[in-house]
Design a protein around this ligand. Sequence first.
Ligand code: ADP
Length: 597
Amino acid sequence: MSFLRPFLRKLLWCLACATALTATAASGREVVIGVFVYQGERAATEDWSPVLDHLSASLPAHRFRLEQYDVAGLRSAIAERRVDLVITNPGYYVAMEAEFGISRIATLVSPLAISTRQALGSAIIVKTERQDLRDLADLSGKRIAAVAPEAFGGYLVAAREMRRQGIDPESDTREIRFVGLPMTNVIDAVLSGEVDAGIVRACFAEQLAQQGLLRIEALRILSQRREEGLPCALSTPLYPDWPIAVTRHTDPVLAKTVARALLSMPEEKGGLSWSVPADYQPVHDLYRELRIGPYAYLRDITPGGLLRRFWPWLLGALALLGAWVIHVVRVEHLVQRRTAELRDSLRAREAAETRMRESQEQMEHLSRLSILGEISGSLAHEINQPLTTIGNYARTVLRRQGSGNLSPEAVTEACTEIVNEAERAGGIVQRIRHFVRKRETARAPVDITAIAAEARRLISGLMAQAPEIAIENRSAGPCQALADSSQIQQVLLNLIKNAIDAGRDLPAARQGILILIETVDNRLLIHVVDRGVGLGAEQRGHLFEPFFTTKQEGLGLGLPICKTIVEAHGGRLRAEPNADGPGMRFTVSLPCHEHSA
Ligand code: ADP
């Protein structure tokens, strides 16, 4: 059965063709072949009549008609579906393929072509005597004649080659003069010297010479090359020959039938024949390189083209960019200015803090000296006592020695006492030195009870008859103040000294002082309570003013200094009458250190 298969397939194919042909014939529609002609060229009917004759003979059921169009006419005929088949040059074919979707069914085999792929080229001719013109690169700054801007062999093929040789025909030449058809116009322009060079279809000059219309020696071809099998010289590579194409609306069966008929067309008829469709990619490449036809949009990809096309967008983008740059610069400027301001204010603050710390230390030192001055009377008395005792023992030893009554035991006893008293005096001096020494502030969690006890010890050591000072710690929680212990001790010493002064001339029962420590609302309170003379409301209003004093020898600086120190610790110092009787209650309130809980 397998031998029957090809036979059956052929039978089916013939049946299909016959049905289609019958249908087309029945409809009586004629087949129009649109042919592109250059105006001024020989009549197309003459050139293409063998094709028409062959198709009419091969497909008698069809009436074939040839219509000539210039390029614009051909385009509108395709657009309006007035043609079924299109014969045009490779350049327009590529353009219309892109625009209207026409598709080639066969490519012409010209008698002068090497093959369907190598058929059309250009020759760039100059007068033979122009020794200054040898190759395409010499055309820079020269005048060149060509047929028309869209002429394939008459301009485009040569233009591409010139570009390849580094000459832009549009900008590097002095002039491209389009002289139109017939192509002899180009040759005339060259020979008359109107132009330096001319672009003609390859083999055109040779054809004229054969017809006796041109003396070929008068012309020379630039960048001359020879292609094997081609009887004439040319300046460019060869491109595919003219195709015949069907339009989108052409009946596919008709297309196939016509293709078969064309491929079977014998060469004798007018020297023309048809072959399978050639590859038109080189023509596409040419159009793309020259950025024309379907690739004209590529011209807009140049900076200038892009600018022309997208200038509103570019302008908008530029405006946005400009606004953004201005914004960034402004923000940067503001940030720098604010940073500088911040730096300045930080510096000013640091300087102020340093000044404050220095003056506070100064005041503190002054205050210590002031306390020392006030207690210096009792201090002198205190030191005088051991000195007197030392003197007494020394005199006794001297006297006994004079009377020969000095036993070794007496010497030992006297010297021991002298040493003890000297140490006592030394201890007093040591404490004063320690107390008066100027020092830097350093904050740490402090034990207030211990500071109060140390203040009491100091007062007792410095004063001859210090009153009783009781310390009572009622604080329940673990609250500790973050403070400079020496400064807090300084405050307590001041308050204790004032309390002692307030009870100095009163009976002993009113001289006692209580230091009460408690914690209230996350604050550490240290009360210094006395039962002394107290103060009236009017005087209390001036208590913390510098130089307010009721004492003859007073400076009036103690309490202002105490207030400054306490406030520098984030605390408060207040004074009020003693609630439990006569006298005053001074309260230092300090915030609890947050890590003390
Ligand atoms: P000064 O002790 O040198 O006078 P202060 O600033 O320490 O300076 O005290 C100012 C005044 O406040 C004292 O002169 C005194 O009149 C009054 N004062 C301070 N503490 C008490 C107190 N506990 N009882 C009564 N008056 C006081």
